[in-house]
Design a protein around this ligand. Sequence first.
Ligand code: GDP
Length: 389
Amino acid sequence: MFGFIKKSLGKTTEAIKTVVPKTKKTITKDELEDILLEADVEYPLVEIILNEIYQEKITREILLPKLLATFAYTSYKEPEFNSPFVELIVGVNGAGKTTTIAKLANRYKEEGKSVILGAADTFRAAAIEQLTLWANKLEIPIISSQQGHDPSAVAYDTIDSAKAKNIDHVIIDTAGRLHTQTNLGNELKKIVRICNKAHEGSPHRTLLIIDGTQGNSAIAQAKAFNEMIGVDGIIITKLDGTAKGGSVFSIAYALELPILYVGTGEKPENLVKFDKYEFVDGILDAIFEEEKPQEEQQDKTEKTVTEELKQIEKTPSTDNKAVIEETLLEKEKTQEIDHKEEALQEFLKNERLVLLQRISDEKVLVNYANTPVDTTIIYQEKKWRYEHL
Ligand code: GDP
């Protein structure tokens, strides 16, 4: 799956390229400000990020933790539930709700789970038709009613049917717009109450679908839904079709809700689990020169040393022994450095730490991706560990 998020950032990368046409080792604060604004990060968040950076020349390592920190309050805990797992899908019309429901259903099916859909957007006949088309295409059952019928009755019947047939997943579509916001709020609240009646504890998850092409303007809308019924997670659609990828930072920061998936195309398989590390990497790759993968570098060192040794062996000289010993010693030293580096990367990964600054070869300043607390780790007896425990 790796790489899909980065690929879908193509348009955002193009927007960033208008500020830095060629990737660089370092950028200035002015350039960073322009990059973030071009990518549609909201200005208040741009200011916060800039205020946290005191260096003149900004490197990838400096920017990485600052961007990751915008996701600080978005952690997600899987809900506990008794089967079936009931999900309510909310969001404005056109955001990609129907398509995303199909994508989720397809995903569960691929995991070997059974799925049923509930067409509870009874306000629009087109919504019922479209969802039915998807259900037929994916060969999954759907419960629907006529336009104008009570949507909570559809929700009840869908859950009831899932219980009777031992279906694992229930996905319920809801209206994106009614005559007034109050009407919509009341309708959604009623659906939630009825779900709980049909299956206690449900809905287990309410997901808000946000149209990625709307960028920051989707934030106010999302807040309204969250206030209406409480949202557990977000899915951002159409990331592939927008240059506003930076708004993902503002959405996460402003809403303090986890982004669970992103839509990367119109097909059922174009739904990718959101990974903040991959997302941030994708943005950083558009700005900074790529570092050579470590393995490649290590290979190169190995090869050069071996070739060098072969060359020496071929050359008849009385000093050969000394030269070979020296070369071997060099090799050992290189291996030690490689090991230290490898172990460091492993430690950072396992502990979910972000490298802030290399104080020395054997001491590094780090922080947890989700907290503003910095700490130091040190290399001792061929291992990295926290300096102060
Ligand atoms: P709804 O009104 O919220 O149910 O929205 P739809 O599911 O009908 O989607 C609206 C349009 O957006 C359709 O043309 C979809 O094909 C398109 N769409 C949805 N998700 C994505 C996505 O992740 N990428 C792209 N490129 N298009 C999408």
